[in-house]
Write a protein that binds this ligand. Structure first.
Ligand code: PNW
Length: 459
C-alpha cells in the first residue's frame, strides 16, 4: 500500500481557499417537494437506458432533508468554503415568473447554516438542471433561454446576495452544450451539432446578462465568475496534421469558451472550423460586449488532459489514449501536470485572470472496512490524487498563475450523471441504503493539509 502523502503542499499560501463542491441535482433529491418542477435531468434520468442502471436523482443523498447535518459534517472537515448549486426549477418553477418562496427558503437556510459554521458559501446558479418547460420551448439553442436565465439569476442573487458574496453563473457550458445537445449523453439528450453550437453562444449570453443583474442586486464585495472545464490539449506529434488537430481541439474545447468571456470575441479559427462543419454561432450586435464584461474570477474544473491527433477524415480530430498513465474508476487518465500546464497557459494567454480550481477529484472503487459508525474508508488512491493535483496548483502558482483556491469534487458521493451512483467522487462516503455519511481518509488528509497551509507564512 502507498504511504499517505505529506501534508505540506509547496506553493500554496496561508490565505489559499480550501473547499469542497456539490451540485443540486446530484445530491438534493426531494424532486417534487415544496413546489419544485422537473428539470431536464429529471426527464432524462427517467428515460430508460439513458443512465447506467437506470439510476436517477429522485432521492440522491437526500440532502434537501439532511442539510443541517451535512453542514455540520462539512464544518467538521475544517474547510473554508463550500460550493453548491441552486436548482433553477426549485427557485423559479417552470423557469419563468415569480420566485418560489419555499424553494428559495431552502438555500436561505443553507447559507445561514454555513455562515453560522464559519464556512463561506459559493453559489453556482446553473449546474445543468434547466427547467423542463424551457427545454420544451427550445432550450439553450433558443436565445430566449439566456434572458430567462438572467431573470432567474436576479431572483436568486436578490434573495441571497446580502450574505453570499461569491457567485458562479454557469458550471461548464461545454457539458451543457456539447454533451447535452451534440453527443446526447447528458440531458436533454439531443444529437444536433448545429443546435449545440447555438447553445454555446446562448449560454455565454445568459452568463453576461446574469453578471450585470447579479452586480445590480448584490452589494459589494460581490465576486462574480464562471466555471469552465477547458481542455488541456497536447499534439500527438509535431506533424503539421497533428498540430492542426491540436489547434482545432483546443479551439472547440477551450478557446470558444475562454475568449468571448475574457477577450470579448470568438477566435477566428474556431469560427472558420465551425463554418466548415456547417455550424454558426448566432451572435447578434452587442452580444460580445455583454459576454465580455469583466468577471472577478474564472473557475477551472480539471480532471483529464487530451493528447490529440488528426483523424481519418480531413478536419477530424481523435483523442489518443496514453496507456502509460494510471486511470481512475471512470476510467479517466491521471495527469496532474496537465493542470499545471492548463493554469499556467490561461494566466499567460489571458493576463490578470484570477482563478479558482472549482472542481478536481476522482472516482475510485472504495473499500469500506467495518460497518455502521465504525466503518472506515482508506481511499489512499483518492488522497494521492488530490495531493498530486494540489501540488500541481502549487507549481502553477510558482510559475506565476494567480490561483487562489481549490474545491474538492465532491463533498460526498452522489449521482454521477450518466454513470449513476456507481461512480463515487466523494471525500465523504454515502451509504445509499441508510444515507449514513462517513468521512473518508481523503477528507481527513484535506483537513490536515489545509491546516498545515494556514499555519505557514504566505509564499
Ligand atoms: C464535472 N466529460 O462533470 C461536473 O461539473 C460534475 O458535476 C461531475 O460530477 C464531475 O465533473 C465528475 O464527472 C463532467 O465527459 C462530466 O468531459 C463529464 C465530462 C466533464 C466534466
Amino acid at each position: 500500500p502507498q504511504p499517505l502523502p505529506g501534508l505540506t503542499v509547496p506553493g500554496l499560501p496561508a490565505d489559499f481557499v480550501w473547499g469542497a463542491a456539490t451540485s443540486a441535482y446530484q445530491i438534493e433529491g426531494a424532486v417534487d417537494v415544496d413546489g419544485r418542477t422537473p428539470s431536464i435531468w429529471d426527464t432524462f434520468s427517467h428515460t430508460p437506458g439513458a443512465i447506467e442502471g437506470d439510476d436517477h436523482g429522485d432521492v440522491a443523498c437526500d440532502h434537501y432533508h439532511r442539510m443541517p447535518d451535512d453542514v455540520r459534517l462539512l464544518a467538521g472537515l475544517g474547510l473554508d468554503a463550500y460550493r453548491f448549486s441552486l436548482s433553477w426549477p426549485r427557485v423559479q418553477p417552470g423557469g419563468r415568473g415569480p420566485a418560489n418562496a419555499k424553494g428559495l427558503d431552502f438555500y436561505d437556510r443553507l447559507v445561514d447554516e454555513l455562515l453560522a459554521q464559519g464556512i463561506t458559501p459559493w453559489a453556482t446558479l446553473y449546474h445543468w438542471d434547466l427547467p423542463q418547460e424551457l427545454e420544451d420551448a427550445g432550450g439553450w439553442p433558443e436565445r430566449d433561454t439566456a434572458y430567462r436565465f438572467a431573470d432567474y439569476a436576479e431572483l436568486a442573487a436578490g434573495r441571497l446576495g446580502d450574505r453570499v458574496h461569491h457567485w458562479i453563473t454557469l458550471n461548464e457550458p461545454f457539458c451543457s452544450a456539447i454533451l447535452g445537445y451534440h453527443i446526447g449523453c447528458h440531458a436533454p439528450g439531443r444529437k444536433d451539432f448545429r443546435a449545440a453550437v447555438r447553445a454555446v453562444h446562448h449560454l455565454h449570453l445568459g452568463h453576461g446578462l446574469a453578471v450585470e443583474r447579479i452586480r445590480a442586486v448584490v452589494p459589494t464585495p460581490a465576486q462574480v465568475g464562471i466555471t469552465f472545464n477547458p481542455a488541456q490539449v497536447y499534439p500527438a506529434s509535431d506533424s503539421p496534421a497533428d498540430l492542426a488537430a491540436a489547434r482545432q481541439a483546443d479551439g472547440m474545447g477551450a478557446r470558444i469558451y475562454l475568449d468571448p468571456v475574457l477577450r470579448g470575441r470568438y477566435p477566428q479559427d474556431v469560427v472558420e472550423d465551425l463554418a466548415r462543419l456547417g455550424a454558426e454561432l448566432p451572435v447578434e450586435a452587442g452580444d460580445l460586449e455583454v459576454i465580455g464584461r469583466p468577471v472577478d474570477f474564472v473557475g477551472i474544473n480539471y480532471y483529464v488532459s487530451d493528447v490529440v491527433a488528426a483523424g481519418g477524415e480531413p478536419g477530424e480530430t481523435v483523442r489518443v489514449p496514453q496507456p502509460d498513465r494510471p486511470v481512475t474508476a471512470m476510467p479517466w487518465e491521471i495527469h496532474p501536470q496537465g493542470m499545471t500546464d492548463l493554469l499556467t497557459r490561461i494566466s499567460r494567454d489571458y493576463p490578470g485572470t484570477a482563478m479558482y480550481v472549482t472542481e478536481n477529484g476522482a472516482a475510485f472503487d472504495d473499500s469500506v472496512y467495518g460497518s455502521g459508525a465504525g466503518g472506515r474508508i482508506e481511499d489512499i488512491d483518492r488522497t494521492v490524487y488530490l495531493a498530486d493535483h494540489l501540488a500541481a496548483v502549487g507549481r502553477a502558482r510558482e510559475a506565476g498563475a494567480d490561483v487562489r483556491g481549490f474545491f474538492a469534487w465532491s463533498l460526498m458521493d452522489n449521482f454521477e450523471w450518466a454513470y449513476g451512483y456507481g461512480k463515487r467522487f466523494g471525500i465523504v462516503h454515502v451509504d445509499y441504503e441508510t444515507q449514513m455519511r462517513t468521512p473518508k481518509q481523503s477528507a481527513e488528509w484535506l483537513r490536515d493539509a489545509a491546516n498545515a497551509a494556514r499555519g505557514r507564512q504566505g509564499s
